[in-house]
Each structure stands twice: as structure tokens, then as C-alpha cells.
Design a protein around this ligand. Structure first.
Ligand SMILES: CC(C)(COP(=O)(O)OP(=O)(O)OC[C@H]1O[C@@H](n2cnc3c(N)ncnc32)[C@H](O)[C@@H]1OP(=O)(O)O)[C@@H](O)C(=O)NCCC(=O)NCCS
Length: 173
């Protein structure tokens, strides 16, 4: 999967623009692409800076991760894990300097589209930090025990996410 997107489409004419919009227009375009195993150190650094669990993450996990880049700098990451109709969404992080401009939602939507394209119809996630963010994107709280067993055997469930993390799920449309 490899698509290029501009997060905030700008008007063709510069008239009537705000200073903020002008600043955004000068920024180069954002690209969202599939991660490769070579991205592993940069992804670990971003997850670490975002205080997200990554002790279980191997380079192989990146076969199912997407990255957002601007000027070849990593700005965001999101991952999928598991197989079949239900997948785990994990490791959604946006670099602090880029937060609050819609990139988190863009990455989430890209991961959902990728999961759908791979034949999944439901996503699950665990979060200690961003339950309201995911709730606004259509994720609902669920009992951890109701997640499919194959997902509950993944390290995010078994070890790296604390038992008080919120378990959430969304049916993909
Ligand atoms: C959660 C995260 C990915 C959101 O990225 P982002 O690019 O800032 O998100 P967006 O710009 O698309 O959306 C921002 C909106 O979400 C809200 N939001 C962001 N983080 C939030 C959080 N932790 N809890 C609740 N709301 C949050 C913002 O207030 C904003 O709301 P608004 O649209 O009403 O103004 C980012 O804050 C992050 O990397 N956090 C640290 C890692 C993390 O907690 N990841 C999720 C666990 S898997």
C-alpha cells in the first residue's frame, strides 16, 4: 500500500488565507507508505518517544505497519497484527511536533483501509492513553475476554499492555 496525501487540502487561490493556512501550504506534502524492516530503528524511536509499548516489537512486525513521512522524516506510525477477519491495531503514534493536525485520524483510516483490503472486517485495540480519540473514530469498549483468542495470544494482550488498558473494537464498514 502506498499512497500520497495532503492532510489539509489548500485553496487554489492564496486570497483570503489565514497565516496558519499559509504556513501549512509551505510545508511539503505528507506521504503514507508501507513500512519496511529498515524502518525499524526509526519506528522504535517514535514509539519510545510516544511512551507506547514496543519491547515485543520485531522488525518482522513492520511488514504490517504504515508510516507517515514528511521530508523523509518519520511523523507517524500505525500497525496491524494478526490474520483473518479480526486484526489487532497497535502502535498508533504521531510525533509530538505533528500532533493535532489530523494525522492520527489519517493513519487510523489508512490502517482500517489496509485491514479491509486484507480481508479483515473487525479491528481490536488496547489503549491506556487514547480511549476518547478512538471512541470518536467509532471504536467501542469491549471486555478483553471477548476478543478472539488468536488476538488474545498476541504479546500486546499477554504482556506489554497492562490489564487496565481499555480494550476497544470496531466493525469495519
Ligand atoms: C493519539 C494520537 C495518535 C493522536 O494523533 P494526532 O495526530 O494528534 O490526532 P488528530 O490530529 O488526528 O486528532 C486530534 C484530536 O484527537 C484528540 N486527541 C489526541 N490525542 C488524544 C488522547 N490521547 N485522548 C483523547 N483525545 C485525543 C485531540 O484533542 C484532537 O481533538 P479535536 O479533533 O477535537 O481537536 C497522538 O496523540 C499520539 O501519538 N499520542 C501518543 C501515543 C498514543 O497514545 N497512541 C494511541 C495508543 S495506541
Amino acid at each position: 500500500m502506498n499512497h500520497h496525501q495532503t492532510p489539509h487540502p489548500q485553496p487554489a487561490s492564496p486570497s483570503g488565507n489565514s497565516a496558519a493556512r499559509g504556513a501549512r501550504r509551505r510545508r511539503s506534502s505528507l506521504s503514507i507508505r508501507a513500512a519496511t524492516r529498515e524502518d525499524y530503528p526509526a519506528v522504535l524511536a517514535l514509539l519510545s518517544a510516544a511512551h507506547l509499548p514496543h519491547s515485543d516489537l520485531t522488525a518482522e512486525h513492520l511488514d504490517h505497519f504504515l508510516l507517515a513521512e514528511r521530508d523523509e522524516e518519520l511523523e507517524g506510525v500505525v500497525g496491524l497484527e494478526g490474520q483473518g477477519e479480526a486484526r489487532l491495531l497497535r502502535s498508533l503514534a504521531v510525533a509530538e511536533r505533528a500532533q493535532g493536525h489530523g494525522l492520527g485520524h489519517q493513519l487510523l483510516e489508512a490502517a482500517e483501509a489496509s485491514a479491509r483490503a486484507q480481508g479483515a472486517n473487525r479491528l481490536w485495540l488496547l489503549t491506556t492513553t487514547a480511549e476518547p480519540f478512538f471512541a470518536r473514530a467509532g471504536y467501542a469498549r469491549a471486555e478483553r475476554e471477548t476478543a478472539p483468542k488468536a488476538l488474545r495470544l498476541l504479546t500486546e494482550f499477554t504482556s506489554v499492555c497492562p490489564s487496565n488498558a481499555a480494550c476497544m473494537t470496531k466493525l469495519l464498514g
